[in-house]
Design a protein around this ligand. Structure first.
Ligand SMILES: C[S@@+](CC[C@H](N)C(=O)[O-])C[C@H]1O[C@@H](n2cnc3c(N)ncnc32)[C@H](O)[C@@H]1O
Length: 96
């Protein structure tokens, strides 16, 4: 990670406070600059969801999250993921 981005990352997260116990969605999570720091701010009861179009970057996020020992507090998703319920709603609408 590029050290000069840390100040920007911290200002973004400062603007989102308070984050303790929240679920934070990082859209365009990249390699996790913001999301990984957010894991510290959401704390043990919070969750961070890393969403990105790049499967390779999501793999990097998963590796970094595992290195932090935070697998149980994080998810990775492609941005187009829909729940099962949403998928069937979309199909019904498409048929009508
Ligand atoms: C400048 S990087 C973001 C850096 C990131 N927020 C961080 O904390 O390091 C932009 C990211 O957005 C992703 N991206 C671009 N279009 C997207 C889309 N439509 N949905 C989700 N992610 C997208 C790119 O793959 C890239 O990783």
């Amino acid at each position: 990670m590029l050290a000069h981005l840390h100040g920007i990352r911290d200002r973004v997260l400062d603007g989102a406070e308070p984050l303790e116990g929240e679920t934070l969605l990082g859209v365009g999570a990249g390699d996790g600059l913001i999301g990984l720091a957010a894991l510290d701010r959401v704390g043990p009861e919070g969750t961070v969801v890393f969403a990105d179009v790049s499967p390779a970057l999501l793999d990097e996020c998963r590796r970094a999250v595992a290195a932090k020992g935070a697998d149980d507090r994080s998810r990775t998703r492609p941005p187009w993921t829909r729940s099962r319920a949403n998928r069937s709603t979309w199909r019904r609408r498409a048929r009508s």
